[in-house]
Write a protein that binds this ligand. Structure first.
Ligand SMILES: C[S@@+](CC[C@H](N)C(=O)[O-])C[C@H]1O[C@@H](n2cnc3c(N)ncnc32)[C@H](O)[C@@H]1O
Length: 289
């Protein structure tokens, strides 16, 4: 039995809402950074999550099956990232019409012309920047909130910027509901409705930056706000031909900055929604030339 009732799903679907705002079951056990569900047995994983997180066994089974696919495709490889993927209820970040597809491989429509990134890309991009606990991470493109939720299981310092105001507000409601239920790790996520091209100067510098919209160059302010030896992952290229690059910023003793790039998909094209531009309070075009 899924936790959302048919009436709840229908109502949310009609309203175009992400999730019903009524509080659902509470998380039975307080969040513990040292606690992890078992990785190597489907039923043991489901039992642990039901006991400690109070989640639905049906979705947990789907999450575990996707987890095995992530491992098989080398999209997740370290223990902390495996735990992060398994701890996040992706079904709470998709829109009601997509609930049955929450754990499918593809990105999904979340309204406003944008998407929740597919689970394989979220895992590979996040694992590539090797986030350590205590590191400060900036995400550009909060969207559904799923990526930041994943990050909040890796570090307690997550900053995320979303350009679409009503989406920013809706995702705020999703987090508020989840925090009220006991997903206290999401309290670490600080959010802003702004144009992420300019980064978040007041919170900089960042150890890691993850960009979830595509652009044809690295935004200069993002590079500036990255710490020396910091890592950024960003989809770069023209629409339809983007490569997800890992950028390493190095600063020598004289202060000269150099940048190295590697393609985390070995040359394969992976497309993202465009990195759009805010003029006043209107989204006008993109930051690509
Ligand atoms: C692929 S989608 C969402 C991915 C998101 N991380 C998730 O898990 O749902 C990319 C997001 O980037 C946002 N975006 C595009 N341009 C932006 C900008 N200049 N500043 C901030 N967010 C931007 C879009 O509105 C969209 O929500």
């Amino acid at each position: 039995m899924r936790r959302r009732t048919a009436i709840g799903v229908l109502a949310a679907s009609l309203a175009g809402a992400a999730l019903p705002h009524a509080a659902l079951a509470s998380v039975p056990t307080p969040y513990d950074w040292t606690a992890s569900p078992p990785f190597d047995d489907r039923q043991a994983f489901i039992d642990w999550m039901v006991k400690n997180r109070g989640e639905d066994p049906g979705y947990l089974g789907e999450r575990y099956d996707r987890f095995l696919q992530l491992i098989a495709h080398h999209d997740v490889w370290d223990t902390r990232n495996k735990r992060a993927f398994l701890m996040v209820p992706r079904e709470r970040f998709v829109t009601a019409p997509n609930l049955t597809r929450a754990y499918q491989v593809h990105y999904l429509d979340i309204g406003f012309g944008v998407t929740i990134t597919g689970p394989h890309s979220v895992a590979r991009m996040t694992n590539s920047i090797d986030v350590q606990k205590g590191e400060r991470v900036l995400e550009i493109g909060t969207g559904s909130g799923y990526q930041s939720a994943y990050l909040s299981n890796l570090t307690d310092q997550v900053y995320s910027i979303e350009i679409i105001k009503p989406l920013f507000e809706r995702t705020g409601g999703v987090y508020a509901d989840l925090i009220a239920e006991g997903y206290t790790e999401y309290k670490a996520i600080q959010r802003q409705n702004a144009d992420g091209y300019y980064g978040w100067a007041d919170a900089a510098p960042f150890d890691k930056i993850i960009v979830t919209c595509g652009i044809d160059h690295v935004p200069p302010d993002l590079l500036k706000q990255l710490k020396p030896n910091g890592l950024m992952v960003i989809p770069i290229g023209p629409p339809g031909a983007q490569h997800v690059l890992k950028i390493t910023k190095r600063t020598d003793t004289a202060g000269a900055v150099t940048v190295t790039r590697s393609d985390i998909y070995g040359g394969a094209i992976v497309n993202f929604v465009p990195f759009t531009k805010l003029e006043g309070d209107k989204i006008v075009g993109t930051h690509s030339g």
